[in-house]
Design a binder for this molecule. Structure first.
Ligand code: 13P
Length: 287
């Protein structure tokens, strides 16, 4: 059931669990995540970066695919289709294409410009029933060409952006996209606690979910994180399972080259990873 992400995240924050955002890349990814959410009776957010949107022939194709698949698979759990790290233009494109949620990443703008653009986009999104995520303090690392330094957010700036009427807020707390380097210092719970105290009931978003140790995830949820983004980890398990199939020579046995067979181990690996995360985040049976 396609919905915006506001209600599911308000409930998650109040119930002290988090909803997973899993980024999609193609039909297999989307199907694996939707089926797992249904099996786990969990709400879910499908994240689409600008790069992945382009790869899948544009946001209109993505929105049409997700809407049709949601219906054909008989998905009854709440599903939000969300633009991940959107530019100003991409936000408008997704609003028009039929997404149910957008993220405006204005973290690289001076705060006044971030405020002005976020306010305008929040009005545009809400006017059509979409939810909106904003960001303060860049998430480190690189995701589909979006590069951030990984600074911690200023709690006062978080409060300023939260007061613009956005529905959930990504605050940098030392988190990084992609695999964490060996010398990573961990999440700054001091920053998270301060941000959470400033923003009150607003759900907080933790980007860079790949590779954050389980105990840090649990602690982050206890301090107000209600949405956790996972992308790289699904890519890694998909690649590993596919490599295993090819290295075992299975593509050369019988009709093992059939794409439906070749992609099956990766598909199952994504399902297992998404289930593991939903259990860790506490969203199972919260649909
Ligand atoms: P990872 O790729 O590190 O899991 O981060 C995903 C993310 O934050 C998407 O916005």
């Amino acid at each position: 059931m396609l919905v915006n992400a506001k209600e599911m995240l308000d409930k998650a924050k109040a119930g002290k669990y988090a909803v997973g955002q899993f980024n999609i890349n193609n039909l297999e990814w989307t199907k694996a995540i939707l089926l797992t959410a249904q099996e786990c009776n969990s709400p879910v957010i499908l994240g689409v970066s600008e790069g992945a949107g382009k790869y899948m022939c544009g946001f209109e194709t993505v929105a049409a695919m997700v809407a049709a698949m949601d219906k054909s698979l008989g998905i009854t759990v709440p599903v939000a289709l969300h633009l991940d790290h959107g530019s100003y233009d991409a936000c408008y494109k997704c609003i028009k294409a039929g997404f149910t949620s957008i993220m405006f990443d204005g973290s690289h703008f001076p705060i006044d410009e971030n405020v002005a653009k976020t306010t305008e986009l929040a009005n545009a999104a809400h006017g059509l029933g979409l939810s909106i995520e904003a960001e303060v303090g860049a998430i480190g690392g690189e995701e589909d060409g979006v590069i951030g330094k990984g600074e911690c957010a200023d709690p006062k700036e978080c409060k300023m952006i939260a007061d613009l009427g956005v529905d959930f807020l990504a605050a940098g707390i030392g988190n990084i996209h992609g695999v964490y380097p060996a010398n990573w210092e961990g999440l700054s719970f001091e920053t998270l606690d301060a941000v959470n105290k400033e923003v009150g009931e607003m759900p907080l978003v933790l980007h860079g979910g790949t590779g954050i140790p389980d105990d840090m995830i649990t602690k982050a949820i206890s301090l107000g994180v209600a949405k956790i983004n996972v992308n790289t980890e699904c890519q890694l398990v998909f690649a590993e399972a596919t490599r295993g199939y090819v290295e075992a020579g299975k593509d050369k046995q019988g009709k093992g080259f059939d794409p439906r067979k070749l992609l099956a181990p990766g598909f199952e690996a994504i399902k297992a990873k998404v289930k593991e995360k939903m259990e860790l985040f506490g969203s199972v049976n919260k649909a």
